[in-house]
Design a protein. Structure first.
Length: 275
């Protein structure tokens, strides 16, 4: 009995432009020449499929490396990195490569991790040794689902991220302090003064800058406030900074730095001293 065998079209190819597919297939061909059987899959994925990319954006490619049959020594990993970078350069500077071990990708898929799910949902298998496209079909049929462990693992990151966000605002506030102190030091140095330790900057500004009528006294007060603020953060007396407060500190620091720049500008200094 004779029957016609029809091959399925690759999933998700319609998400990508012909140009992107050509670049991706060219890279897959070149990288396979270099690594051969070490590659379990080469997959085109990324923002293009989600409609958030532009024509000149990155071409995101996933390389799945077989760590079940090959021992990935540090030397081999370094050689892999160098060869991959050279292949990218020789193919297209639009290519951005992500590498995952085969066992890692399989584990991500097993628990329904969003990393694997998004790649399976949007990806085009440029090279597949027989595991990627079956997983895509299973996902499409609703047979790849997140496990309770994956749910709690991802949710568990949220409180840590919130805590880290607060820490970033504290760190950013300290950066504002350093912008203030560094610009004040620069202004004092411009006037021929040896930069003092931070706790003495405000007093020297009062003596050498305010007395010369180069700035208003409110900037000395601002310097003191930033110094006190930095000490409060360093001693953990201030444990968080709100977004509203940070915006206020940023405006004040920006104004302070602008005033110090005027002092560093010799013409501005001469003009004010003549008044």
């Amino acid at each position: 009995m004779e029957f016609k065998i029809e091959k399925k079209r690759k999933l998700n190819e319609d998400y990508y432009s012909r140009e992107e597919l050509d670049v991706a297939y060219s890279f897959a061909k070149n990288i396979y020449k270099e690594f051969g059987a070490i590659l379990r899959a080469v997959v085109l994925f990324g923002s293009t499929a989600r409609g958030t990319n532009n024509r000149t954006g990155d071409v995101d490619i996933l390389l799945v490396v077989d760590d079940t049959a090959i021992n990935l020594t540090p030397e081999m990993v370094e050689a892999y990195r160098i060869i991959t970078e050279k292949t990218v350069v020789s193919t297209s500077n639009r290519i951005h490569v992500t590498t995952l071990k085969f066992t890692s990708f399989w584990d991500y898929t097993r628990v329904g991790d969003p990393i694997a799910i998004n790649i399976l949902r949007d990806g085009v298998a440029l090279l597949d040794t027989g595991f990627f496209e079956p997983l895509q079909i299973l996902l499409k049929e609703g047979r790849v689902r997140p496990t309770p462990e994956a749910v709690f693992s991802y949710y568990g990151r949220a409180p840590r991220s919130l805590f880290a966000a607060r820490g970033h605002l504290l760190s950013a506030t300290l950066e504002l302090y350093w912008a203030v102190i560094d610009s004040a030091h620069a202004a004092l140095m411009k006037l021929g003064e040896i930069p003092p330790s931070p706790e003495h900057v405000a007093a020297l500004m009062e003596e050498k800058i305010v007395a010369e009528r180069l700035i208003e006294r409110k900037y000395v007060i601002l310097m003191k406030q930033f110094y006190t603020l930095s000490k409060g953060i360093a001693r953990r007396e201030i444990k968080e900074v709100s977004g509203i407060d940070f915006e206020k500190y940023y405006r004040e620091a920006s104004d302070f730095v602008s005033q110090m720049k005027k002092i560093i500008d010799e013409k501005e200094v001469r003009k004010k001293r003549r008044l």
